[in-house]
Structures are given as structure tokens and as C-alpha cells.
Design a protein around this ligand. Sequence first.
Ligand code: ADP
Ligand code: MG
Length: 285
Amino acid sequence: MNVRSQGKAPEAPSSSLGASRGGESLTITSVDKTFGGKREVTALKEVSLAVAPGEFLSIIGPSGCGKSTLLQIVAGLMMPSHGKVFLGANDVTGESAHMVYLFQQYSKSLLPWMTVEENVMFAFNHRLHLRKKAARDRCSEYLEMVGLDDFGKYYPWQLSGGMQQRVAIARALSSEPKVLLMDEPFSSVDALTRMELHALVQELWERKRFTALLVTHDVDEAIFLADRVAVLTHRPATISEIVGVDLSRPRRPVEVHENPRFLEMRHHLLNHLLRKPEQSDEPPV
Ligand code: ADP
Ligand code: MG
């Protein structure tokens, strides 16, 4: 199995994963996060990761281990207690200019008093100030990409959960971020819709090749979408291993879920995640 441990000074993989597009690596170096209060909680300890430009990296770990904390630090929404985040050579710790964050609950991403179109345009136009026609064209392009070009005049509450999440995806991508950060974005839709959204995100990523970080506790989802899967330990979370996903693309949900390599990786990762905390230092297989 293509599995390797993660050292302290990570390097982005030198594969062809989008690197040919130029772009900048995302590097997380020795990030610690301790929350103060009555009882101090150390959520992250010495987390280091390097993500190549255009790479799709999934991060999995048990509930409460620090996945969202890590993503919020990368997004610039929270400061680490120690360590830094770089985009290329630039220290972007605490900055969010080049990244877009897709929340678990689409209701948090969409403004209920705005139509679908207005929601999408709001996402990029408060930064870009495009002329009306250019803004409408960009909005149509992204709504078409997610299959919702006929729903621009609807309000979010008039759409199903899966459709709302597709609006949130169009909204996130319409500002053409270098990095898309996703925190369990498919967890509140049903299983079939989730698979449709996986296929959609894969298609959009192949078309636009942004760098993607997906935080999830769903091992199937993590493997299906990613070039690599990083595994976090129980809190305080640190990276215990990184698994390279050697499945060809484009991946189709039904085929992938029956693929022996997929099943082998799934078995390995589930075993790893279900180990008790005191066993989590075991070497990878
Ligand atoms: P995950 O996303 O993996 O489920 P989180 O990153 O949300 O986990 O939380 C990791 C740990 O940090 C938890 O023990 C949580 O209680 C704690 N934590 C998260 N955010 C805060 C906060 N703002 N203040 C205090 N503790 C927090
Ligand atoms: Mg979380």
C-alpha cells in the first residue's frame, strides 16, 4: 500500500498534480493550538503539511480531534498558538485573502433574503466590483457548472438541501480562490445527494484546479475525492500518516466503491481511525 509517515518538515509532492499550472503550495508548519479558559485544551500539536498547487488533500480524524480548528487556522479565521501557514513564500497566517471556506451547514453560507443569483454575485462582487454584465456572466457560468442555471431567481429556502449546497459551492468557487477549504460540507445531505455532490466537486476541481483541503470523518468521501489522505490522531491532533490515493480519474462513485484498491485503503484507514488513542503511535502498514 502506498502509505507513508509524515515527517516534521513536509514537502509538497512533486507529482504532476496541478503543479504544471504554476500556482503556490500551501504549507502548514509546526502548528499548535491551545484554547485557554478554565481548563486549557490543546487541540493541535506540531501539525505540518504541504499541499501542492492544484492538489486535493483530505484530512480525516476522530470527532473532536481538531479538524475544524486546523481548517480555521489555514483559513485565517483563527490564529495558531504556534506555527505558521504559507502560500508559496508568503506568510498568510491569520490572512484569508486567497482562500474560501465552505461550511458544513449550507444555511451558514447562504443569505436567506437574497436570491440564488444575488448570493453568488455577493460572494465575488464585494471584492471585485465587476460591471453588471460581467458579474451576471460570471454568476451564470458558475450556476451552469453546478446545474442550477434555471434557479437564479429562487430563494435558498425554495431549494432542496442538495441544491442549496450546490449554490454554496458555486458561490465559493465564483470568487476563483486559489484554495478551497471544506469542513464536512456534505454531512447534512442524504447519502445519494452526497455522492452526486462528490462527483460534482471532482468535476469542478478538474476543470478549475484550485487547491482543495477537505476535512471529513467520512473515510469513503476522503478517498473518493483526494490525491492524498492525511490522518489526524486523537486530540491533541497531530498527523499520524498520509496515504496516497492511486485511483485513476475521473472517478465514478459506483465503480470506485467496488474497486479493490479503494476497499484496501478504506480498510486500512478505518482500522487506523478505530484504534484506541494509546495505540495511535503504531507505525503505518
Ligand atoms: P473536530 O472538528 O475534529 O471535531 P474541533 O476542531 O472542533 O474538532 O475541536 C477540537 C477541540 O478543541 C475540541 O476539544 C473542542 O472542544 C476544542 N475547541 C474548539 N474550538 C474551541 C474554542 N473556540 N474554545 C475552546 N475550545 C475549543
Ligand atoms: Mg469539526
